[in-house]
Write a protein that binds this ligand. Structure first.
Ligand code: ACO
Length: 435
């Protein structure tokens, strides 16, 4: 962080001014340090949705929303998607560099040693209603991890933090698969550590104890890509929630559970589920114009799900990669036949929306979730598991951001201010005196 120059903020009413330092990062917009505004001028800054507020400095992920660029630790997402694996991306996000051969072996072994979950967690899972939404199960179970793994919960100890990070990365797929198995009444599968990370997840999801299971390599690669693309996305709503929870010194499992809860919303990680519901509802390319009109109507709450993004005001680079993968996967799998019409509706909807002035003027492009739901459906993942898949992939981003925050010497508890617009001070009225 380099100080460039200053910006003068003047209160025209009092005539007082302050000089605020401007800092430049490696890439992206410089930031104005507004620390002095409250002390010197007596103002808070007001920024609902934090759309113009930088809440931290970070070395992990960079997004250029205008260019449609995404970098993990400086590496373009396109290169990682083509050449790397999800687990290698985990190492990169967590430790900042790509591993050498020895570090890679150690890391893989470390993660493998922790893929099993405590048997008590499975008894805990059995307390949920079988028809519970798997995201509800995930939020509860991830939160409960702190009650099973309290041997390494000193958030001020770097070894404990690393141990918890590895546990999060290793156990999320097991918990996600268990939530699914429980919902369909099948026995839980155990991890098989001779399999790759993504293959292992697929076997825990789809294998049954009665039969051997060989994961389809095309499915493995498609899921690997999905997971790489969702691994981190800088200070989005769920990541900011993880940081805010962690800033109080809460344990990492509680923080990740808070991230899962935030991700669940349809404006965030719930969008991939909402996209499939929307495409099924549209049902036929001929009805698309009606839905486009509804999306443009300010009196209609309907929005095109999978369209728009807080940061990308150009094409989401993840959406471009995933659209191609979706195409390849449907060509390869038998399910291409049944999902083909849905993919056609998605592509037609995209091409109509991208020519429409409403979407052009507002820079609304498909985001990663516009096509990811079709990939997940093609892999046989049920709709209510979509956000769980996203949470599983994002857990490395959350824990890396949490780790970075905990290492920050300047860490303070996160505590936004507010503009109070409620009732002015008034005196309590006894019941008999109330209207
Ligand atoms: N369909 C129709 N209109 C839209 C859409 C959409 N999907 N998204 C935004 N707009 C319009 C808004 O109505 C608004 O119009 P106005 O200026 O005339 O009032 C304008 O575009 C700006 O929208 P905001 O809501 O201010 O944009 P914001 O950055 O706050 O929201 C968000 C971003 C939440 C992603 C929004 O675009 C949305 O709801 N999209 C659909 C849900 C979705 O796909 N979410 C996934 C996000 S990606 C992820 O979490 C991985």
């Amino acid at each position: 962080m380099v100080k460039q120059h200053t910006v003068t903020i003047t209160d025209n009413a009092s005539g007082k001014s302050i000089e605020c330092p401007v800092y430049e990062g490696t890439h992206g917009h410089p930031v104005i340090d507004i620390h002095g505004v409250t002390k010197e001028l007596g103002f808070f800054t007001h920024d609902p949705g934090y759309a113009t507020t930088s809440s931290c400095s970070s070395t992990i992920t960079y997004i250029d929303g205008e260019k449609g660029e995404l970098l993990y630790r400086g590496y373009p997402i396109e290169q990682l998607a083509e050449k790397s694996s999800y687990l290698e991306v985990c190492y990169l996000l967590l430790y900042g560099e790509l591993p050498n051969a020895e570090q890679w072996e150690d890391f893989k072994n470390f993660v493998k040693r922790h893929t099993m979950v405590h048997e008590g967690i499975r008894r805990f899972l059995a307390g949920y209603r079988p028809d519970a939404h798997p995201m509800g199960i995930l939020v509860g179970t991830v939160g409960a991890l702190s009650t099973f793994y309290h041997d390494a919960l000193d958030v001020h100890d770097p070894d404990h933090r690393n141990f918890s990070a590895i546990r999060v990365i290793a156990k999320m797929p097991s918990i996600a698969a268990d939530a699914y198995k429980y919902s369909i009444g099948q026995p839980f599968m155990y991890p098989i550590n001779s399999l790759g990370f993504v293959e292992n997840f697929l076997q825990m999801m789809f294998a049954v104890r009665a039969e051997p299971y060989v994961p389809n390599p095309v499915a493995v690669r498609a899921l690997e890509l999905m997971m790489i693309l969702h691994a981190d996305h800088e200070q989005n709503a769920s990541t900011s929630t993880v940081r805010l929870a962690g800033s109080s010194g809460a344990n990492p499992f509680a923080c990740i559970a808070a991230g899962c809860a935030t991700l669940w919303g349809p404006a965030h990680g719930g969008a991939n589920e909402a996209v499939i519901n929307m495409l099924q509802h549209i049902g036929d390319p001929k009805t698309i114009p009606k839905y486009i009109e509804r999306a443009k109507d300010k009196d209609d709450p309907f929005r095109l799900m999978g369209f728009g993004h807080r940061v990308y005001k150009n094409y989401d680079p993840r959406a471009a990669l995933i659209r191609q993968a979706c195409h390849d996967l449907l060509n390869d799998l038998d399910s291409g036949g049944s999902l083909g019409p849905l993919f056609d509706i998605a592509r037609t909807l995209e091409s109509i929306a991208l020519k429409d002035d409403y979407f052009i003027e507002r820079n609304l492009y498909p985001n990663v979730d516009f096509y990811s739901g079709i990939i997940l459906s093609a892999l046989g993942i049920p709709l209510n598991m979509f956000t769980v898949m996203f949470a599983m992939a994002r857990s490395v981003g959350w824990i890396s951001q949490w780790t970075e925050m905990m290492e920050d010497k300047d860490l303070r508890i996160g505590r936004p201010q507010q503009l109070y617009v409620g009732a002015a001070r008034r005196d309590y009225v006894d019941m008999s005196g109330r209207k």
